[in-house]
Design a protein around this ligand. Structure first.
Ligand code: HEM
Length: 480
């Protein structure tokens, strides 16, 4: 095999890589150590900011295969044409821990999918839970602060978590799910995914449908207790996913939708855009539409996972958002995070790059690299409107049907404290068997015991509002 020369960043061969150049055997170093300087300087720049949430995770490539044509609801390319395959990338993550935390935290798992459709990238940036802790985005930074490490000790502090929840009853449903026996997935393959939010589909007639996406693990669900999780190596779930794909044991998920018409939404007793609530399956049954399989590992973790940039604003013709306030805020937050964390041209990186041509007049910026492959970037006309038949123009045929405003339209901050925060959590509790109830109560009491009497009392009022047995069991566990 021919020799592979070690080079500098400019491509020139390096003659010496083990000894710095010095004036005399004992030093000092000289200024012609450009190889040393380049090596140290690049090393200083190896990190980009970790994601402010969902910092720890891993990802893989795969395929979505459509098994039910959805032309009735949408003209989205990936959802029309029986048997159509769309390439995708999924990143799984924990939420609160930093990059060096454990894969086995009691925490929701991020389940972010990027579909590389022929009409652009469609991202579903969901979790492994059908609901979330909040229905109003203005609470998100406070919520995350309360769950992350204590700012003084830099260690987890369950008392602070419960201090937030005690004063934010809208978190109660998701808190119950998190503390249940489902709270620690045993692997990334053995967990479901959800859009959680209500998204939408619209068809060529301009009819819009509200849709929740579900990704049901074909491997089944496997979970861990706190004690089981504590015994596992912190990287175990990432290793498990990587190894299973390497050995050809490809994990897969059935893709299912719940679909609500805009007419049904007007009178349904649950606000369809409240992220703290599920749509009961008896009212809106799951419709299977396809299969996802993960079948290819990344070649370089930093390039493809760390720099992956998912955004709920990445929608494609035929797919839309909804008025969900949380989702609306996320439409802004993710692009902003990418510009800070990865850079203005994050979408030009291989993992983020649409697999269809990109034509626009967004120019230049840090690390711009695809300018020679885009007509708009090499033309002297770098603006729209223009008179150039070969340059990009908008496509009015893809105009979205207007989003309705449901309810009052006075502009003000609406207080949602009188929403029903407890019925669905109570229903969930009543579905649990005795062992599941015991696990739930122990998991909650372990943390809640560390909070003040005031916080415990406020939480107890919430447990009573959900189910009196739930409350009595917690009360008992707090005194043990
Ligand atoms: C107002 C509410 C929210 C805000 C402001 C917010 C903000 C963020 C930000 C800034 C990131 C880091 C993005 C990056 O650096 O690439 C992130 C990541 C993420 N968020 Fe949210 N988030 C919110 C709610 C949610 C909800 C409700 C879900 C799930 C239903 C969710 C799922 C995720 C996932 C899965 C990631 C990781 C994406 C990846 O793998 O790169 N977030 N979020």
């Amino acid at each position: 095999m021919s020799k592979c020369p070690l080079t500098l960043a400019n491509g020139a061969p390096v003659a010496e890589d083990q000894n710095s150049i010095s004036a005399g055997e004992r030093g000092s170093l000289t200024f012609d150590n450009y190889h040393l300087f380049e090596k140290l300087a690049h090393f200083n720049r190896e990190r980009i900011p970790e994601r402010v949430v969902h910092a720890r995770g891993t990802g893989a490539y795969g395929t979505f295969t459509l098994t039910k044509d959805l032309s009735e609801y949408t003209y989205a390319d990936l959802l029309t044409g029986l048997g159509k395959q769309t390439q995708l990338f999924i990143r799984f993550s924990t939420v609160g821990g930093g990059q060096d935390s454990s894969d086995y935290a009691r925490d929701p798992r991020g389940f972010a999918i990027k579909f590389y459709t022929t009409q652009g990238n469609f991202d579903i940036v969901g979790n492994n839970t059908p609901v979330f802790f909040l229905r109003d985005p203005i609470k998100f930074p406070d919520f995350i602060h309360s769950q992350k490490k204590d700012p003084q000790s830099n260690t987890p502090n369950p008392a602070r978590m419960f201090e937030f929840w005690a004063n934010s009853p809208q978190s109660f449903h998701q808190m119950t799910i998190l503390m249940s026996d489902r709270g620690i997935p045993a692997s990334l393959r053995h967990t479901h995914g959800f859009s959680s939010h209500t998204l939408s589909l619209y068809n060529t007639k301009g009819e819009r449908y509200w849709v929740k996406w579900h990704f049901k693990s074909n491997q089944g669900i496997k979970t861990l207790t706190n004690d089981e999780a504590a015994k596992l190596p912190s990287f175990g779930a990432q290793q498990d996913l990587f190894d299973s794909i390497e050995r050809g044991d490809f994990p897969s998920w059935a893709v299912k939708l719940q679909i609500m018409t805009t007419e049904q939404a007007k009178t349904y007793h649950i606000n369809p855009f409240d992220l703290t609530k599920v749509w009961p399956h008896k009212d809106f049954p799951l419709i299977e539409i396809g299969q996802i399989e993960l079948n290819k590992n990344v070649q370089n973790y930093f390039m493809e996972v760390e720099q992956a940039a998912f955004s709920p604003a990445n929608v494609v013709p035929g797919v839309g958002v909804s008025p969900d306030k949380m989702l609306q805020a996320r439409l802004l937050a993710y692009g902003d995070a990418h510009r800070y964390r990865v850079g203005a041209n994050a979408n030009q990186l291989e993992v983020n790059r649409p697999r269809c041509p990109v034509h626009n007049f967004q120019r230049d910026g840090s690390m711009a690299q695809n300018h020679l492959s885009s007509r708009e970037q090499i033309s002297d006309v770098n603006f729209y409107p223009h008179e150039q038949a070969h340059l990009a123009t908008p496509s009015p045929e893809y105009t979205e049907p207007p989003l309705p405003i449901l309810g009052e339209a006075w502009i003000k901050a609406y207080d949602s404290q009188h929403e029903d925060n407890f019925s669905q959590a109570g229903d969930l509790f009543r579905l649990m068997n005795a062992d599941q109830k015991a696990q739930l109560v122990n998991n909650i009491a372990g943390g809640l015991k560390q909070a003040s009497q005031l916080i415990q009392d406020k939480m107890l009022a919430q447990f009573y509002a959900a189910d009196s047995e739930y409350a009595e069991m917690i009360k008992q566990a707090l005194t043990n």
